[in-house]
Write a protein that binds this ligand. Structure first.
Ligand code: ADP
Ligand code: MG
Length: 231
């Protein structure tokens, strides 16, 4: 219901990309684990938000026209105090204005940092005209492009599928933990895969979705970025 409203609003504006600060509402409607996030419209609001969330925080540019935030220098992680947050807000918004004068800037998202030692994975789907939504799972970060280590399943996913899609990547042992590292919380990742499969079947108008990254450690997983593309 809520999720459908968000998607309809984006479409009514004529946009096809649903960026993180809009898509988070869709995620919450599906009980997907998202980091605490507050939209700040000024550097003063950003500091207040950081205090509410607790340091350190992440700041991200919030603009409906900017789906690849890092491309404009729009993401700063590990901001430890008031000065860092204030400066980051001013830097990020000024830089975006300069690089993308066309973009409407709502402000910055102030976001909880994922726990130390979290590993990055990517969960996504793309709709195939013939076969329907094809879900993908892979390692995130630099590994995606270099290793091309991804596995696929058609939606809807069974519990069994969710287990297997994770175990099929070649670097599965990195998630199990090497050299005494604890394994990541596999059940949390499986839950996210199943929710994404439901989004894929519930909303035929969502053509593509990407949770990149999902940050996961041995306790929990957080969807730390999301982009949906409408048809
Ligand atoms: P982009 O739009 O460029 O993909 P992201 O929101 O994915 O922006 O942020 C870029 C990178 O910053 C992520 O790939 C991740 O490594 C890091 N990052 C983002 N959010 C968090 C977070 N909440 N905690 C820790 N690291 C994060
Ligand atoms: Mg991302």
């Amino acid at each position: 219901e809520e999720a459908a409203k968000v998607l309809a609003a984006v479409r009514d504006r004529g946009d096809v990309e649903v960026v993180e600060f809009q898509a988070q509402e869709v995620l919450r409607a599906y009980n997907l684990p998202t980091p605490k996030t507050i939209l700040a419209r000024s550097s003063i609001e950003a500091v207040a938000a950081a205090e509410k969330i607790g340091y350190p925080v992440v700041l991200k540019i919030a603009s409906p026209q900017i789906s690849h935030k890092s491309d404009v220098g729009g993401v700063r992680v590990n901001l430890g105090d008031e000065t860092a947050v204030k400066n980051a807000f001013l830097d990020i918004t000024a830089r975006t204005q300069r690089l993308r004068p066309d973009a409407y800037i709502a402000g910055c998202l102030v976001q909880e940092m994922a726990p130390k030692g979290a590993r990055e994975v990517i969960i996504g789907f793309k709709r195939d005209d013939q076969f329907g939504p094809l879900l993908m799972f892979g390692l995130g970060g630099i590994y995606v492009e270099i290793l091309k280590d991804i596995s696929f399943r058609l939606a809807p996913l069974s519990v069994e599928d969710a287990r297997n899609i994770i175990r099929e990547i070649k670097s599965y042992m990195l998630l199990k933990g090497v050299r005494g590292e604890p394994p990541v919380n596999f059940a949390a990742i499986e839950g996210i895969l199943l929710s994404m499969s439901r989004i894929a079947t519930d909303f035929p108008e969502v053509y593509e979705a990407e949770f990149n990254p999902v940050l996961v450690n041995n306790e929990k997983a957080l969807v730390a970025d999301v982009r949906l593309t409408l048809k």
